[in-house]
Design a protein around this ligand. Sequence first.
Ligand SMILES: [Zn+2]
Length: 707
Amino acid sequence: MQRAQKILETTFGYPRFRLNQADIVGSLLKGEDVLALMPTGGGKSLCYQVPALVLEGVCVVISPLVALMQDQVDALNQLGIKAAFLNSSLSVPQARQTEQALLRGELKLLYVAPERLVTERCLSLLAQVKVNLFAIDEAHCVSQWGHDFRPEYQRLSILAEQFPHSPRIALTATADEATRKEIISHLRLENAARYINSFDRPNIRYAINESGSNRDALWRFIQQNHTNDAGIVYCLSRKKVEATAQWLTKQGRVALPYHAGMDSQQRLQNQQRFLRDSGVIIVATIAFGMGIDKPDVRFVAHLSLPKSMEAYYQETGRAGRDGLPASAWMAYGLQDVITLRQMMQQSEASEQYKQISQQKLEAMLGLCELISCRRQTLLSYFGEDLKEPCGNCDNCLSPPQTFDATEAAQKALSCVYRSGQQFGVVYLIDILLGKDSEKIQKNQHHRLSTFAIGQDLSIAEWRSLFRQLIAQGLLFVDSERFGAIRLTEKSRSLLKGEVKLLARKQTRPAATAKSGRKSNSPLASIHQPLMQALKQLRKSLADEQGLPPYVVFHDATLMQMAEQRPQSLQQMQFISGVGERKLAQYGRAFLDVVTAHPLPNTVSSEYSDEVNQMLIGLAQGEDLDAIAQQQKVAMDVIYQQLASVAASNELDLLQLLPISTDDFQLIQQALTTCNDEPGGRVRAACKLLDEQFSKALIQCVAAANVP
Ligand SMILES: [Zn+2]
């Protein structure tokens, strides 16, 4: 274990293990099998990479993500670790080369695609070397009920039979109780030590927007929160992917499509750009993203409803893997609910499968319609109990308004009933609103007792209410009858008034989008220029080697550099994420950038950003006028800032303030005269001087005038 700690520090550059990484590593070093559930960004890979280096032999990593193996191997090579991969992207000679290196004992880690691993050739190859560990990544792919099902995963039980002396670790970032059981039985992990981490991703802000899947809401969200950030936008269909990418491009963002219908070369190219350039938005079907290791994805937006909580958790989990603030945003509406309900009914799958998918969708809809903390519900779905509301989801930040919708719902239900349970939502709303349409006339529905009884609500409000009724199972969409709405078992008690219905009030999208918004950058603005310079250096170093920037250093590492400003290689070594190899390779270059951006010693982390900005401006010889203009504030605000730090910084106020020496002395005298005034000397002096000078200015002089 001491060696493991040493490797963590020197090779990977991290001072200590996180979560239960240390326990997992300890188990593996003892030769135990392990099942590890870790949230995305929890440092899954270190759990096997560290033991792989401690133990003699090679660690075999089974991963379904062929397209990403190159990046994973590149990242390890950057750390000075010998690693390679075997998958279908290699030519035969290339694969032979890797096999030879393996047989010569040169590799510490080998990544293999599952379909390759279970071949006779691969198994006999591995039998000839010492495999110190099998790491089965994305282990939930074993579950046939899951959305990432990979049949080859179920054949991995072969490892237990053929390599009884090599410990195995199964890792996943998503698995409910049922999936956990499947992993254990299919992978023969009955005796494995189990490490279940919290699923909470506190840095992700969840928001589910009921505005319907429209682009304007998406654009508002991006503009307000992520003007320059990288993000993923999920859409249900390929057509919508293409259209949305084009539209975002027209709005001035770099937005690239990604779906299974594109040719693979183009798809790979788009993925590479997303990984390597900064601020790229990828618009994708759910085919994109599993195992995407990009740590600085700042937002994930859904323009369609995910089919289950697992899918939602996993897809949103691709945001903020570096632990810095990130958003998970979704827009959904009535049509989504109807479409998904219909898709499920029409599916060719077995009854059992349909039933399970139905329940999963139910849970997802429940999350959307929720009026309390989203995180609490999300976590409780995974069997975790969050005691207090999170304070970082839309419902916590701006609690939705609710209203007693019992009466309105009764009107809706009885309208469904009286019109014969054979019409869709649009028509039903027309009846409720008393619309004078041909169809209504023809059906004689203007004679119904429910005709025009719903004029107290708008169309949008009715749509919202119908959506909630369908989502809660109080109405049923019959796909065999073209989406006709029917009553359900549950409808009866509501119609009879035995239960009440509390519904979400239709909110205006702009109001929800704005409220509770904080700055998304946790780095103080005085460090931003250095941060930008560090990013630029990182980009050019990465480009030279054809690597994604985060393989050189993560954002979190650069941020720490910008804040702590190491002045020597010795100090640089204490920055988290700077290991020996990277220190040797990049340390000097980053140090040069840091030293080229000195901060004046007046600046302090105890001051506000604005005060520090002002002090930097002063150190650079700017006058107060210019600083006020930059900060877009009145001079008085600047005087107040100045007053707050004048005494402790020995600032020469006589020089700085835009008043003559005579005036300065005049104010000083006035202050002395008013020293004992009960209402405070500043106020009194202001009066005494006939308010020729602003109170803030006098306060400033007073601050310099330490008795
Ligand atoms: Zn919350």
